[in-house]
Design a protein. Structure first.
Length: 161
């Protein structure tokens, strides 16, 4: 009776538990308590809600997309180098392509206050200069935590663009 009521159910529980491996440990450390940090808020330019102003850009297929594959490749490399430069300067906090092949090719989030500042930054892009891309710019209000995205990305990216 003891075997049927205690040992067998216990054995089944142990075997069941052995089917599921323990979660893999990571190097990410969770803060003991997540609290408001006034120094961090000031560093990232956060308002009382943890938000700030940005300018968001849709990168749209431009009117001049007739470059041969060699020139298109050269422009893409120069475009990526420009993205890296702006990210290193801290003016570009997020960038990436859309994967659906439609008219809107990608997105930028600029850490600037005005459309004019974002226009000045986009005018440095060789793909914009060649007419391969054009920008649609809009003011945007989002989390100031985006200002820390570059640091986090650096920790998780094995390769650079």
């Amino acid at each position: 009776m003891f075997i049927h009521k205690i040992v067998i159910p216990g054995l089944i529980l142990v075997l069941y538990a052995c089917q599921f491996p323990e979660k893999e440990q990571t190097n990410l450390q969770t803060p003991k308590a997540l609290e408001y940090d006034s120094l961090l808020a000031a560093e990232v330019g956060a308002d009382d809600y943890g938000m700030r102003s940005y300018v968001i850009a849709n990168l749209v297929a431009g009117p001049n997309r007739s470059q041969d594959s060699l020139e298109a490749s050269r422009l893409q490399r120069a475009h990526l180098d420009n993205i890296t430069r702006m990210a290193e300067e801290g003016t570009l906090v997020l960038a990436g392509p859309f994967l659906d092949g439609q008219e809107i090719r990608g997105i930028y989030v600029f850490a600037v206050e005005t459309i004019e500042e974002a226009e000045a930054l986009t005018s440095t892009d060789p793909a914009i200069q060649a007419g391969r891309l054009k920008m649609e710019l809009r003011p945007w209000y989002g989390s100031a935590a985006l200002m820390k995205l570059k640091d986090l990305h650096t920790q998780i990216a094995r390769k650079k663009i």
